[in-house]
Write a protein that binds this ligand. Structure first.
Ligand SMILES: Nc1nc2c(c(=O)[nH]1)N[C@H]1C(S)=C(S)[C@@H](COP(=O)(O)OP(=O)(O)OC[C@H]3O[C@@H](n4cnc5c(=O)[nH]c(N)nc54)[C@H](O)[C@@H]3O)O[C@H]1N2
Ligand SMILES: Nc1nc2c(c(=O)[nH]1)N[C@H]1C(S)=C(S)[C@@H](COP(=O)(O)OP(=O)(O)OC[C@H]3O[C@@H](n4cnc5c(=O)[nH]c(N)nc54)[C@H](O)[C@@H]3O)O[C@H]1N2
Ligand SMILES: [Mo]
Length: 553
């Protein structure tokens, strides 16, 4: 989420989970199936509702479990979040509920923002989103008059071609109400993987060195060249979603993949197969022979979390120690060791011109050595050491030095960039909407029992007993129309592919919408999804494409 990094640090939660759970009086969960996909935090939110009567509003096209605890379920049409939030802000401004002192003191660009909001009156917003006008007023009142209020979101608003605009709209919302930089408030993206935050923090993005230092700014380039003893390019690289088309058209020749399973998880699988087929050379570092392994020239056995020493950084910017529990199995080696061995050989072969500086990098003997380099080069991690973590200190970055206690809440008193900048965001429909040929809308995501490509969870017997095959959620009205009765097998086809699966007839999905997951190879939703990208973050529009559904006779 490169785009977020520029405006809000990195796209991490501004407020810790227990702060939200303890202090938020109102909570808006928009595009997050929190109890299934972030069950620990989901339980905390549920407890906040049940025990201290915090008000919960859920904005989701599906009737997810969390809606049972919600004061209000805004069942919006998929892909209409900007219209919804701008519409709520219209009402807030109309009623004079905005935090005028906060806006004057801490923000800029309010006038341009306000002029744009005037394009979203309740009637028009109700038409676009499908939400009744009364519910819009009710939601605006709860969120504006109950302080502090927090917003939580996940992939339901980011996996769209307007993903970045959606997030900026959430930030506008919280600035308008003075909910940024206060306990119980904030903008809180719930990041998905155990260490996706850490991977981004460490420069696992095409535009940043560790700690969000731009690769195309010369002082940063010089700093890392000196530290690593190599010359470094000044240009911004490609995201994963740009690499695949580049592979398909021969612009990218070789790929080194660590712990990703693109055959299962990238949009439009047929296109991905072609891309990986076209590569001259591919290396895969994995813990299992995944579907993607079939395309690899070399397989490198890495190790799982249980065989690792190090740290994971979670969604609330908290760095936590991981202790090795078991010895690596078979010929597996530490992931960092494998990468270091490859890096050394690449440097020896001279594909990067070594500078005159002594070659300082790639001499690590342990993860603690790597952390020492991080301390020296990544300012927000400067004061994070294994020693402090092992003592039980709770450290949320930025941690400026060994004495600094960390930063649980971001933007207190002042935004990272100075003044918080309001943005004018505009509702734009998704790229591929239902039409005569493909009349239904497909949305995709996960279920509680499985993890993405299922490489680990499909190997767990207990989980397979509970959820042993992929189900496609189908509304009872649509099921009746299709003639689904005893036989529940349906064929779901898009312009890119087709899957056959068992239907789960349920009003979790509204009429006209089906919901599928990508946990099982033979019924993978990504056979169907479209590789349309957000122009800034390059995240695919996994949440919306057009399909037709038929009964398998
Ligand atoms: N069990 C389990 N847990 C996981 C994962 C897993 O694979 N399995 N994966 C992890 C990862 S990496 C991630 S990123 C997270 C993802 O966590 P989530 O984003 O919570 O998971 P998704 O299943 O993608 O569902 C997102 C929600 O958005 C809703 N939605 C769809 N379209 C729209 C829309 O246009 N607007 C709004 N407002 N809502 C919409 C869907 O109905 C769904 O309830 O989960 C993490 N946790
Ligand atoms: N249709 C659709 N597609 C989606 C999404 C969606 O909502 N809808 N969500 C997207 C999102 S948010 C995400 S995060 C991606 C996830 O996409 P991926 O990251 O490709 O999915 P995973 O199954 O988590 O793949 C991780 C792989 O790493 C391996 N692995 C696990 N631990 C280790 C380790 O310690 N070392 C090494 N070397 N390997 C390891 C596992 O065996 C697994 O095969 O999927 C995306 N794809
Ligand atoms: Mo994710």
């Amino acid at each position: 989420m490169a785009g977020l990094a520029t405006s809000f640090g990195s796209g991490a939660m501004t407020n810790p989970m227990d702060d939200v759970a303890a202090h938020s009086q109102a909570m808006l969960v928009i595009g997050s199936n929190t109890t299934e996909q972030h069950p620990v935090f989901g339980t905390m939110l549920r407890q906040a509702v049940l025990k201290r009567h915090a008000k919960l509003i859920v904005a989701d096209p599906r009737k997810i479990d969390l809606t049972e605890f919600a004061t209000l379920h805004l069942r919006l049409k998929p892909g209409t979040d900007i219209a919804l939030l701008n519409g709520l802000m219209y009402i807030i401004l109309e009623k004079g509920w905005e935090d005028k002192a906060y806006i004057a003191e801490r923000t800029e660009n309010f006038d341009e923002f306000k002029a744009n909001i005037m394009n979203y009156p309740p009637d028009a917003v109700s038409e676009t989103t499908g939400i009744p006008v009364e519910q819009l007023y009710e939601a605006a009142e709860i969120l504006a008059t109950t302080k502090p209020a927090s917003i939580m979101w996940a992939m339901g608003i980011t996996q769209h071609t307007v993903g970045v605009q959606n997030v900026m709209t959430c930030a506008n919302f919280q600035m308008l109400l003075g909910n940024m930089g206060v306990p119980g408030g904030g903008v809180n993206p719930l990041r998905g993987q155990n260490n996706v935050q850490g991977a981004c923090d460490m420069g696992g993005l095409p535009n940043f060195y560790p700690a969000y230092q731009w690769v195309n700014q010369e002082p940063n380039q010089k700093k890392f060249e000196a530290a690593w003893g190599v010359s470094l390019p000044a240009n911004i690289g490609m995201t994963v979603t740009e690499m695949m088309p580049a592979a398909a058209n021969g612009k990218l020749k070789a790929l080194y993949i660590l712990g990703e399973n693109p055959i299962m998880s990238d949009p439009d699988t047929n296109h991905i197969r072609h891309a990986l087929d076209t590569l001259d050379f591919m290396v895969l570092q994995e813990i299992f022979p995944s579907e993607t392994a079939e395309y690899a020239d070399v397989l490198l056995p890495g190790v799982s979390f249980a065989e690792k020493e190090g740290t994971f950084t979670n969604t609330e910017r908290r760095v936590q120690r991981v202790h090795q529990a078991i010895q690596p199995i078979g010929n597996a080696r530490q992931d960092w060791e494998i990468t270091q061995e490859i890096a050394r050989r690449v440097i020896e072969l001279g594909s990067r011109k070594p500078s005159d500086a002594p070659h300082a990098a790639w001499n690590f003997t342990s993860p603690a050595d790597i952390m020492a380099e991080i301390n020296a080069l990544a300012p927000s991690y400067a004061g994070i050491s294994y020693e402090r973590l092992d003592r039980g200190e709770r450290l949320h970055w930025p941690v400026k030095d060994a004495e600094h206690g960390g930063t649980p809440i971001l933007h207190v008193g002042k935004f990272a960039r100075g003044l918080g900048k309001f943005a004018a965001t505009v509702h734009v429909p998704p790229v591929e909407m239902p039409d005569n040929d493909y009349p239904m809308l497909l949305s995709t995501g996960r279920v509680l029992y499985h993890w993405h490509g299922g490489e680990m969870t499909r190997r767990a017997e207990g989980l397979m007993e509970v959820y042993g095959q992929s189900l496609v959620e189908l509304n009872p009205d649509d099921a009746r129309r299709l003639g689904v009765n005893g036989n529940k097998r349906v064929r779901v086809a898009s312009r890119r592919g087709v899957i056959e699966a068992e239907a789960w007839v349920t009003d979790r999905v509204p009429p006209g919408m089906v919901y599928a997951n990508f946990h099982f190879p033979e019924v993978n939703a990504n056979q169907l999804t479209i590789a349309a990208l957000d122009p800034i973050a390059k995240i695919p529009e996994y949440k919306i494409c057009a399909v037709k559904v038929e009964l398998v006779k």
